[in-house]
Ligand binder design. Structure first.
Ligand code: FAD
Length: 367
C-alpha cells in the first residue's frame, strides 16, 4: 500500500504529527515503532501487581501553553496534579527546588521572603562570568547549598562535575525565596486521567492512520511506499552515524512493589548523597491510583544504553549541527521530537514542535 506519510515513532511527537496529518490534511498515514507498544518514553502500563508505572521514568505533564492543553484535551480527561520533590540530605528530607521551606528544613530557620532573599544574598559567590553549572548555583545560593543539593546529584546523574557542564543545565532550576514548594510553576499542572498510553491511543485511533508495532523504519521502508517521512527517531541513526554517534546519558530503573499502600511522602525523592541511585519515584502519587500495594522505581544513571538525555556541552552541539545541516537539505523528510532534534524536550514542547511541523507542511502544500 502507498501512504502519504510514514511516521517513524509512536511517541508524543509521532502521534501528534500523525493525528494532525490525518485529521487536518486527510492524509493516509502509517505509524511504525520498533517497540511493541505506543507512547514512546511516556509509556505507562499497569504492572503484574496492578499498579500503573512509568516504564521509562516518571513523566509529569506541566505546561504554560494553553494551546497544547487544548489540543491534548480532545484525547484525555485531566487530573490536577502538582508535583513535589524532596531531597534526602543525610537522612533529612528537604523540599526542592530550593525555597524558604528548604532553608527551614535544613537550618530550622523560618524566614519570610525578604529574609530568605537576604539569606541567599549573604552566601552568594561572586563570579565575573558564569560559564558552568557550579558557578550558576554558587552565584545564587552559595557553596553550602550547592554541596548539599547539587554537587553529588549532578556527579551521579551526568557522570561529570557541575563545573564541567554548561551553566544552563543547573541554571534553569528555579530558586525561590517564597514558600512555594511545587516542583514546577507552570500554569497547567495536570496528568491524563487514565494515563499517557490511553491518551496517545486515542490520538492514533483514526480511520486514516495505520499503526505497526515491533516494526523498524528499515522494515517499514522495505515494505511500504510513502511520499513523505516524519522521523522521530535518533537523527544520527538515520544518517547511519556518518559523522559519529551523538552522546547520550542513559538510565536503568529498578522497580519494586511493596505490600503497603504508600512508600514515601511525595512522588519523587532525590538522593544527592552516597547512594548509587539518583532518585526514587512512587508512581501512585503521579497517577492518583488507589491500590493496597505500591510500586517504586530507583533510578540509576549510566554512560551506556538507550538514549535518554542529550549531553549538554559544546562538542555534542557541534556534532548535532552537522546532522542538522544535512536534515535542513532534505525535501521530503521532517525531523521532529527529542531524538530527531537532539534536545531535552518536555512533553508539551514535543507536542508544540510536532504541531508546528505539520503547520509548515500544510503551508508548503498550499504554496
Ligand atoms: P519518544 O517518546 O522517545 O518516542 C520516539 C519513538 O520512536 C520511540 O518509541 C522509539 O521506539 C521510536 N523509534 C526510534 N527509532 C526508531 C526506528 N528506527 N524505527 C522505529 N521506531 C523508532 N517530559 C515531561 O514533560 N515531563 C516529565 O516529567 C518528563 N520526565 C522525563 C523523564 C525521563 C527519565 C526522560 C528521559 C524524559 C522525560 N521527559 C519528561 C521528556 C519526555 O520523555 C519527552 O518529551 C517525550 O517522550 C518525547 O517524545 P518523542 O515522541 O519525541 O520521543
Amino acid at each position: 500500500m502507498t501512504y502519504d506519510y510514514l511516521v517513524v515513532g509512536a511517541g508524543l511527537a509521532g502521534a501528534t504529527a500523525a493525528e494532525r496529518l490525518a485529521s487536518e490534511l486527510d492524509a493516509a498515514v502509517l505509524v511504525v515503532d520498533s517497540r511493541p507498544h505506543i507512547a514512546g518514553n511516556a509509556y505507562d502500563p499497569v504492572n503484574e501487581a496492578g499498579v500503573r508505572v512509568h516504564l521509562y521514568g516518571p513523566h509529569i505533564f506541566h505546561t504554560s501553553s494553553a494551546r497544547v492543553v487544548e489540543y491534548l484535551s480532545a484525547f484525555t480527561v485531566w487530573r490536577p496534579y502538582e508535583h513535589r520533590v524532596l531531597a534526602d540530605v543525610d537522612g533529612r528530607h528537604v523540599p526542592l527546588p530550593i525555597s524558604a521551606r528548604t532553608i527551614e528544613a535544613l537550618y530550622g530557620l523560618r524566614l519570610n521572603q525578604a529574609e530568605t532573599a537576604a539569606f541567599f544574598a549573604g552566601r552568594r559567590e561572586p563570579h565575573q562570568l558564569i560559564t558552568n553549572s557550579e558557578q550558576a548555583i554558587t552565584a545564587r545560593v552559595g557553596r553550602e547549598l550547592f554541596d548539599a543539593l547539587f554537587a553529588g546529584y549532578t556527579r551521579k546523574h551526568w557522570g561529570l562535575e557541575a563545573r564541567e557542564l554548561d551553566a544552563s543545565v543547573c541554571g534553569r532550576i528555579p530558586i525561590r525565596s517564597n514558600r512555594d514548594d511545587r516542583y514546577f510553576s507552570d500554569r497547567f499542572q495536570l496528568m491524563p486521567a487514565d494515563g499517557y498510553e490511553a491518551m496517545i491511543g486515542r490520538m492514533l485511533d483514526h480511520p486514516r492512520i495505520d499503526v505497526a508495532l515491533s516494526t523498524s523504519f528499515t522494515q517499514a521502508a522495505d515494505r511500504t511506499r510513502f511520499h513523505h517521512l516524519i522521523y522521530t527517531g535518533p537523527i544520527d541513526a538515520y544518517y547511519e552515524y556518518r559523522h559519529g554517534r551523538l552522546p547520550y546519558r542513559s538510565l536503568r530503573f529498578e522497580f519494586e512493589t511493596l505490600d503497603r499502600p504508600q512508600a514515601q511522602a511525595v512522588g519523587v525523592i532525590n538522593y544527592p548523597g552516597p547512594q548509587p541511585y539518583t532518585r526514587v519515584t512512587e508512581f501512585k502519587h503521579l497517577t492518583g491510583q488507589h491500590h493496597p500495594k505500591t510500586t517504586i522505581a530507583r533510578e540509576y544513571s549510566l554512560a551506556e544504553g538507550d538514549p535518554y538525555y542529550p549531553i549538554p556541552n559544546p562538542d555534542a552541539r557541534a556534532l548535532y549541527g552537522k546532522y542538522a545541516a544535512r536534515a535542513a537539505r532534505e525535501a521530503n523528510v521532517t525531523f521532529v521530537g527529542r531524538l530527531a532534534e537532539y534536545r531535552y524536550y518536555n512533553m508539551d514542547q514535543v507536542v508544540a514542535s510536532a504541531l508546528a511541523a505539520v503547520e509548515r507542511i500544510a503551508a508548503e502544500r498550499v504554496a
